[in-house]
Design a protein around this ligand. Structure first.
Ligand SMILES: Cc1cc2nc3c(=O)[nH]c(=O)nc-3n(C[C@H](O)[C@H](O)[C@H](O)COP(=O)(O)OP(=O)(O)OC[C@H]3O[C@@H](n4cnc5c(N)ncnc54)[C@H](O)[C@@H]3O)c2cc1C
Ligand code: SF4
Length: 476
């Protein structure tokens, strides 16, 4: 512990984000890194407590606590406080090959279980990770490290999201020849074509992919395995890891669902990122539009921020669930992840621009109005969550609250039901949620494809474990 009284001397501090008025005018990252004094102060607040809950990623009764990849947080905090930045970074890269991205987009499971957060504000751990990650690139500490020798075994990885990248990185460093197949034109999975540029800059992602290439990983893009590439092409590999993500969105089953102007969130976000990558940042394809985002979660929030930058006249978000409480409920104690209401960056931008929180809770779509030229409106109804007689809470419409409002675009951001089925079907295998091996010898799976929709940091953890299972399968 760098400073025994740090947690009493200093308050929690995070970097100053660019104000909404400036950031909605562009697609640039709006959350900078903390300055050196800020990073040291936050590191000083770490108590190096006997049991560092922040570092030990566990799940209690299905609720996360701590960093899924076991980042060595108290160790780097101490080193940062002492100004030993390179040593701190070396600790970070040991457990986290994608620190550039978790330090930007991770919800910071670690902070939810930080002991200082038990009766105060937690250490700003993600900010310290970001400080180290940015510094490592600036100082040239991030360098390709190809393996000294190869072990003669080949592995195919299908899908280049955080799971595919983490597994490829692990296996490549251990001497396997790794080929990553990706159906999109660029690698990165949802880090490339899901999370918007202002949260996760795509030039940084491409820089990291270049580093992986320089270490010896082969990327084959524009190749949809099971469609463009026959699955028989995978026969030549000694093992195959399927990391295709949870690409099946949950659909909305109401009248008007198939009208032009009703879209799923991810294709909408991917199209926006393609425009940014192509340098078409001045385009305003949502100019004059009235956007309704169905789903009040993180993906919906990204749709709000993206619609705003694309010039929408109005953006609202409908959420069927009630809002989370402002502070931990009695059945959600520390050090479990706190389920509390947060107002995310897109919602803050909507409040700035339109004068109100875009979210309405306990509401659902009843029908979408329009014709073959497009959407003209949406009919909604408020719901109350009531017991269905068997102890289960279900939404019941309050008929007197039915109303119609104008809309031109409906974005469905209602989560994901699981992996697309064509690849497992073509391979004639089933994915097993309880283990990394599938029902077919030499085929493994990891990430959202195995676990269902989750987080970057959890995909990393899952992929490292799957890569170790492959290593054991091939080398004993
Ligand atoms: C809009 C959005 C925002 C999010 N924001 C955050 C966030 O802020 N923080 C966070 O931690 N998590 C976030 N998540 C969740 C996170 O992105 C995912 O949990 C994570 O990317 C899963 O990693 P993965 O590698 O398993 O799958 P994915 O990232 O989905 O990658 C799967 C890849 O496989 C490819 N693929 C699929 N099938 C084939 C095939 N047959 N052949 C070749 N390629 C194939 C796909 O094209 C894709 O590139 C977000 C998710 C969404 C949708
Ligand atoms: S990866 Fe996420 S949970 Fe782990 S230390 Fe970083 S911010 Fe915290």
């Amino acid at each position: 512990m760098g400073k025994p009284t740090g947690f009493m001397d200093f308050d929690r501090r995070t970097a100053n984000e660019q104000p909404c008025v400036d950031r909605i005018a562009n697609w640039d990252e709006f959350h900078p890194a903390l300055d050196e004094a800020g990073a040291k102060e936050q590191a000083a607040r770490c108590m190096n407590c006997g049991i560092p809950f922040c570092h030990g990623g566990v799940s209690w009764k299905g609720v996360s606590s701590g960093c899924s990849i076991g980042n060595l947080i108290p160790e780097w905090n101490d080193l940062v406080y002492r100004g030993q930045y390179e040593e701190a970074y070396r600790r970070l890269e040991k457990t986290n090959p994608l620190h550039e991205f978790t330090s930007r987009v991770c919800p910071a499971l670690c902070e939810g279980s930080c002991t200082v957060g038990l009766n105060g504000d937690p250490v700003a751990i993600r900010e310290i990770e970001r400080y180290l990650s940015d510094m490592a690139w600036e100082k040239g500490w991030v360098k390709p490290h190809p393996p000294a020798s190869r072990n003669g075994k080949t592995v195919a990885v299908v899908g280049s999201g955080p799971a595919g990248l983490t597994a490829a990185h692990y296996l490549n460093r251990r001497g396997f020849m790794v080929t990553v197949f990706e159906k999109s034109e660029l690698p990165g999975g949802l880090m490339m074509f899901g999370i918007p540029n202002m949260k996760l800059p795509k030039d940084l992602l491409q820089k990291k992919i270049d580093l992986f290439r320089a270490e010896g990983i082969t990327f084959v893009c524009n190749t949809d395995v099971g469609k463009d590439l026959p699955v028989s092409e995978l026969d030549r590999f000694d093992a195959v890891l399927l990391c295709g993500g949870a690409g099946q969105p949950r659909d909305l089953s109401v009248t008007g669902r198939n009208l032009p102007g009703v879209r799923f969130a991810v294709p909408f976000l991917a199209d926006a990122t393609r425009r940014v990558v192509a340098g078409q940042t001045e385009e305003k394809p949502m100019a004059g539009r009235k956007v309704v985002v169905i789903g009040g979660g993180d993906t919906g929030n990204d749709c709000v921020a993206t619609s705003i930058r694309q010039g929408a006249d109005k953006v609202i978000q409908l959420e069927i669930m009630p809002p989370s409480p402002d502070s931990r409920a009695n059945d959600n104690p520390w050090p479990r992840w706190p389920f509390v209401l947060k107002t995310d960056y897109g919602q803050k931008e909507a409040i700035y621009l339109y004068g109100r929180d875009p979210r309405t809770f306990c509401i659902t779509a009843v029908s979408i109005l329009g014709d073959d030229k497009g959407v003209t409106g949406i009919e909604t109804v408020q719901v109350e969550w009531a017991d269905d007689g068997s102890g289960r809470k279900v939404p019941k419409p309050i008929e007197s609250t039915r109303r119609t409002q104008d809309a031109t675009d409906i974005l469905i951001a209602m989560g994901f039901v699981g992996a697309e089925t064509y690849l497992p079907a073509a391979l004639e295998l089933t994915i097993d949620r309880t283990k990394y091996a599938t029902s077919k010898t030499k085929f493994f799976s990891a990430g959202d494809m195995r676990t269902g929709q989750s987080l970057v940091v959890r995909a990393e953890n899952d992929a490292t474990r799957a890569a170790k299972a492959i290593e054991e399968f091939l080398l004993g």
